[in-house]
Structure formats: structure tokens, C-alpha cells
Design a protein around this ligand. Structure first.
Ligand SMILES: *Cc1c(COP(=O)(O)O)cnc(C)c1O
Length: 228
């Protein structure tokens, strides 16, 4: 068995245990494999071991892997910071975008989503760690942004994404993820997705309602370079 297959079993059992501990339905938490910096073969191995959803942060790197893996029915999630000049390629080549934090980007994605593809699934990235993180809209700006995005024709607003300040303190993890869940609940919109939790804090995220956990290191090992 390959290392990646072993790691998938480990991560899946962590997800399963956390889901049970939170009294949540089995299969209510999905695993997004974060494959940034990893070669196409690593994704191929993860696919062979059962994974379908892959998250990438850097557009050019992702497009290269998509070409190499065009024979596989993978579901692609864009999870990195988005510049305006990248929206067309993202709208054309991804199924989900987790990292929308301003209306201009959402409008461009909606306008540029090809007519023959289903609406693009969107999460709004929200910053619940204040100045510690620069990406993400503020909680104060979230309601207006969510309402505006939910009206865009070629997008489906699914929920929120967050990357709280990293900490090993479980109480601090819980507080940050609970804040995201409360923000989601405070929006009067039909949302079904909370994208939160990474390798070191997935248990806390699942306890606070995560529906996607985005896992890189625990599946593929440490990255050689690690941009945000
Ligand atoms: C890199 C990254 C992850 C994965 O982080 P790990 O700690 O390696 O599991 C998750 N989400 C985002 C947005 C990332 O950039």
C-alpha cells in the first residue's frame, strides 16, 4: 500500500471519529485533498485510493495538473487568493471556489462561467482572526457580500470558508470555528457548506460543523515550499 493510501486511511478515521464524537451524521463531512506543490502522480495515487476532490492554490500549477490528469474524473476546488486577471481561467476550469472575499471577483466569475457548465459553487472566505490574517472579508462586510453573491446568476453560494490563525490550543480552535458557524447561521440564506479545518485542527472544525475539511500535509506529507 502506498504512503498516500495509508495517510488517507488515517485521515478518514480521524474524520470518522470526530464526526461520531460530535453526534453528526456519518458522511456529513467531506475530505478535500489539498494538493498544492505536489506532483500529478500524488493526485493519481490519491484517486486510486478513492479520493475525487482536490484543492489547489496556484492557478498555473493547477492547470498543468489538470492537463496531466485529464483522463480522471476529478472535481477541482480553487482555494487560494484570487487576482482579477485569473478569474476567467478559474471560472472555466474549476467546480468550486472556496476563497471569494470580494464582490468584484464574484461578479467576474459569474460573468465568465461558461454557459455549458453548471453554476460555479462558491464559498465566501471570512476572516475571523482579525489582523492575524489578511485574506477574507470581515464579519461586518459578510451579510451584504453574501446577499449580493447569492443573486449572481452563474454562481451558487454554498457557504463559508475560514482559515483561523493556527494554534494548538483546542479551546481557541473551537472558538474560531464556532464563530464561523454562527456567522453562517446569521445569514438568512440556504447554505449547506462550511469549509474549515486543516491537518492540525480538523477535529475542532468538525465539532463546530465543518462539511469540508481541507487536508494537505496529513495526506501528502510536508510541502517543499509553503506559500499561504
Ligand atoms: C495549504 C492549505 C490547506 C492545507 O493545509 P495543511 O495544514 O497542509 O493540511 C488548507 N486550506 C488552504 C486554504 C490551504 O492553503
Amino acid at each position: 500500500m502506498s504512503t498516500i493510501a495509508d495517510n488517507i486511511l488515517d485521515v478518514s478515521s480521524r474524520i470518522h471519529a470526530a464526526t461520531l464524537a460530535a453526534n453528526r451524521a456519518e458522511n456529513s463531512v467531506q475530505l478535500l485533498a489539498v494538493s498544492k506543490t505536489k506532483p500529478a502522480q500524488a493526485l493519481r495515487d490519491a484517486y486510486a485510493a478513492g479520493l475525487r476532490d482536490f484543492g489547489e492554490n496556484y492557478l498555473q500549477e493547477a492547470l498543468g495538473k489538470q492537463l496531466e490528469l485529464a483522463d480522471l474524473p476529478l472535481i477541482w476546488h480553487f482555494i487560494g487568493p484570487i487576482q482579477s486577471n485569473k478569474t476567467r481561467a478559474i471560472a472555466e476550469h474549476f467546480d468550486w471556489v472556496h476563497s471569494v472575499d470580494r464582490l468584484k471577483i464574484a461578479q467576474r466569475l459569474s460573468e465568465q462561467r461558461p454557459a455549458d457548465l453548471p453554476p460555479l459553487n462558491i464559498c465566501i472566505q471570512v476572516n475571523v482572526s482579525g489582523e492575524a490574517s489578511k485574506s477574507g472579508c470581515t464579519p461586518a462586510d459578510l451579510p451584504a457580500l453574501a446577499n449580493a453573491i447569492s443573486a449572481l446568476p452563474r454562481l451558487t453560494l454554498r457557504g463559508l470558508m475560514a482559515i483561523p490563525e493556527p494554534t494548538e490550543d483546542r479551546a481557541a480552535q473551537d472558538a474560531a470555528f464556532a464563530a464561523v458557524q454562527r456567522l453562517q447561521a446569521s445569514l438568512n440564506l440556504p447554505l449547506d457548506t462550511l469549509s474549515m479545518g486543516m491537518s492540525h485542527d480538523l477535529e475542532s472544525a468538525i465539532a463546530q460543523g465543518a462539511t469540508w475539511v481541507r487536508i494537505g500535509t496529513a495526506l501528502f506529507g510536508a510541502r517543499d515550499y509553503d506559500r499561504p
